[in-house]
Design a protein around this ligand. Structure first.
Ligand SMILES: *Cc1c(COP(=O)(O)O)cnc(C)c1O
Length: 398
């Protein structure tokens, strides 16, 4: 097919040309003098993106590796961990915790709401002997398009004065949705390269608080490849204890510089606006957004429920075949029931309208009952909210 493929899954996202060009450079000696400069630049840039003055550890791994790293660095065999079932990813993190030798409790929920701070507080206040060592929450549940309020969850933990560490998965929110590691009192922030950070898959991160570092000194789960200690020692000089993913780090340096040039607040506002335009389209189509609470609807992706009797995967296959666009599938119990529109990363108004055009044409071709006009609703919203730069030359002829 000619023209560009539309990669509108909620990660991996479209990698900008600038990042691709940066990756396309000679691999250097990771123990040589030039490397140290690259490493130090990346660590200080990452601190700005995570909004932390504390270290950010970089692993050559998928996000799943950073989940495991967060747990094994701070916890001991048999430790209790409190998790909240926001969707597929929260459940997968819980299963991973169990396989690591922990005793996770997953607060059951309906996959249509964010993590409930009061429910977490209630569970913690029952734990009078403080056997729960960590609370783990997914900030933006990518399987459902629901964003949880981390600041409210922190407040809930504080309200019951429970000493558990707070671990947050920001794999599909970092650099797309406002996030503040230090200010929100998060102990470990888990992130990955292939979503808001606009890189290919292959890097993941742990931002680490002082409390988490302290906990890691007495934690006894086995940790070798994931150990922060060796990492942080080498990172001080801009190096890594083992061979890093050098070319992805070139890309990361470029991606951070793009984000900081745009300004993080502008990045978040861009995502919020494109997400709202997407929701305008879905509403105009008369389809249902999976996330029930408008305040929790994600700015990085939208999960759309397929009308009964219609298979979301057949619809996605048709869109791929006719329009060369990949949409996200329904995960685990949502399989065949939802499709997900990724609107995060290197993304703009026309990429969104192209995406929504593909969805609307797909609905028509697939015979899904819908109302026309979703794309128009998005165009109207985008036009009404287009930022008008008064300094730019007028298009009117005098
Ligand atoms: C993508 C994603 C993961 C998994 O990351 P991998 O890189 O596939 O291991 C975990 N959590 C969330 C919220 C995600 O969006």
């Amino acid at each position: 097919m000619s023209g560009r493929h539309f990669l509108q899954i909620p990660g991996p996202t479209n990698v900008p040309e600038r990042v691709l060009r940066a990756i396309d450079s000679a691999t250097i000696d990771h123990r040589g003098p030039d490397f140290s400069q690259l490493g130090l630049e990346i660590f200080s840039g990452l601190q700005k993106v995570f909004k932390t003055s504390q270290p950010v550890v970089v692993f050559p791994a998928s996000g799943t590796g950073a989940w495991e790293a967060a747990l094994v660095n701070c916890l001991s065999p048999g430790d209790q961990v409190l998790m909240y079932e926001t969707g597929h990813f929260a459940t997968a993190w819980c299963n991973l915790a169990r396989r690591c030798g922990l005793q996770p409790t997953l607060i059951p929920a309906d996959w249509r709401h964010g993590a409930d701070p009061d429910h977490i507080a209630a569970k913690l206040s029952e734990d009078t002997s403080h056997r729960i060592k960590a609370v783990c929450v997914v900030h933006n549940e990518t399987s459902t398009g629901v964003t949880s309020s981390i600041i409210d969850i922190r407040a809930a933990v504080d309200r019951v004065a429970h000493p558990a560490l707070l671990m947050v998965d920001t794999i599909s929110s970092l650099a797309s949705i406002d996030y503040r590691h230090d200010e929100w009192g998060v102990d470990i922030t888990v992130a990955g390269s292939q979503k808001g950070l606009m890189l290919p898959p292959g890097l993941s991160f742990n931002a680490v608080s002082e409390r988490a570092l302290k906990a890691s000194q007495s934690a006894t789960l086995p940790k070798a490849y994931w150990s922060w200690q060796e990492m942080l020692q080498a990172n001080k000089q801009g190096f890594f204890p083992y061979t890093p993913a050098t070319n992805l780090l070139y890309g990361l340096r470029e991606a951070i510089s793009m984000l900081l040039q745009e300004g993080l607040d502008n990045v978040f506002a861009r995502h919020a606006r494109l997400a709202q335009a997407t929701r305008c389209a879905v509403q105009a189509w008369g389809l249902e957004i999976l996330c029930l609470n408008p305040q929790e609807q994600s700015n990085s992706l939208t999960a759309v429920l397929m009308p009964k009797g219609h298979d979301a995967d057949a619809f996605r296959a048709l869109v791929l075949e006719h329009f060369n666009m990949s949409l996200g599938n329904g995960l685990s119990k949502l399989s065949g029931k939802v499709f997900r529109i990724g609107h995060l990363g290197d993304f703009n108004d026309l990429m969104l309208t192209g995406t929504l055009g593909g969805v609307e044409m797909g609905l028509e071709l697939a015979g899904v009952p819908y109302k026309k006009g979703g794309v128009q609703a998005a165009l109207d919203y985008l036009t009404a909210t287009a930022v008008h730069d008064k300094n730019r030359a007028s298009v009117e002829v005098a």
